[in-house]
Design a binder for this molecule. Sequence first.
Ligand SMILES: [Zn+2]
Length: 413
Amino acid sequence: MASRALKNPYKDYDGTPACAQGLFDDKGRVRSLQPAPLTSDFIGRLRAKVTELLSQMENGLRSADPRDCSGYTGWAGIALLYLHLDSVFGESSFLQRALDHVSRSLQCLTRRTVTFLCGDSGPLAVAAVVYHRLGRSQEAEECLGRLLQMHESVVKGKGNLPDELLYGRVGYLYSLIFINQQFGHEKVPSQYIQQICEAVLASGENLSRKRQTQEQTPLLYEWYQEYYVGAAHGLAGIYYFLMQPGFGVGEERRLRLVKPSVDYVQRLKFPSGNYPPCIGDSRDLLVHWCHGSPGVIHMLLQAHKVYGGDGYLGDALQCGEVIWTWGLLQKGYGLCHGAAGNAYAFLALYKATGDLKHLYRACKFAEWCMDYGKHGCRTPDTPFSLFEGMAGTVYFLADLTQPLRSKFPAYEI
Ligand SMILES: [Zn+2]
């Protein structure tokens, strides 16, 4: 892990007002959830950095791939960023920018991939929400109709569809959830969501039976003949969705199928507290949202919420320590495998525990991100995109201004 990270230069939180000076308003209080105690000065710095990076990003996007519609590296991701900025800062110019970018995205759909991040359901879902906010309900309905047309083929798993987040069923499922969250009511009927979960459960039981792993893990999933563990391609990302209340999995199966499968992932923990990219991989190298503790932590915290006990929370806290030590990456400042994505783990811990230590750590990672480009990090292939590049960093910096409402985009429910 040390070889992939840059040394964390920051002093850790010690609970004293002096240590969080300039960050927290509320001196002396150890636990606080409402309101989040960031100083107006720090929020002003975040806001100014958002403006500065946005103009760099817009310049950089002039040379971006004009045919990439995706949320992960393409136009839908930029549209999602602007939609988020509209939510956080309430400026109508952001919504207009979201419309511009999502329109480009709709012109170059893949017609192949179904997920929110890498396929067509992301552009359609983001467009539906943008049109809805603009009061253009007919266009919103049209996008929604096209999104739901994909549903049947996702349930059936046409073309050997996997189940993971980036290319599989739960990546399509996220699009439906996104619509319901953004519309503020059950715009997509719950049976659509339940049917996807049924298909995911059946697929996981089937593979577990085939590989005879029912005793260890009654659900099992693969992607390209590997059993991935992390949030992007693996088990932790899938189980995070299967543990959500209201998705139609039901208590009985949450206990009989999902819990032992979550516990199996929990047992894959390295001595460091980090998690392997794949089952059987003994190299403890990656501290990314896509592979490793920054993605697995969301599964652990959801398990803590649903099943209780101390074990899940303890392991999630251990993830926090790993990320604090090894989470400033040479790969840069992005969401998928960068400092911004890793900082969302601290925000998740803060939301779960109310402990200001985690908010402090998120602020320190934000300070690192605000020194964008000054650490000699590698430049990603798509340097301005949402999941690899600058747009993701901007998304995180904006989210930090309202930490209790923050959510890792395209993943956290
Ligand atoms: Zn990644």
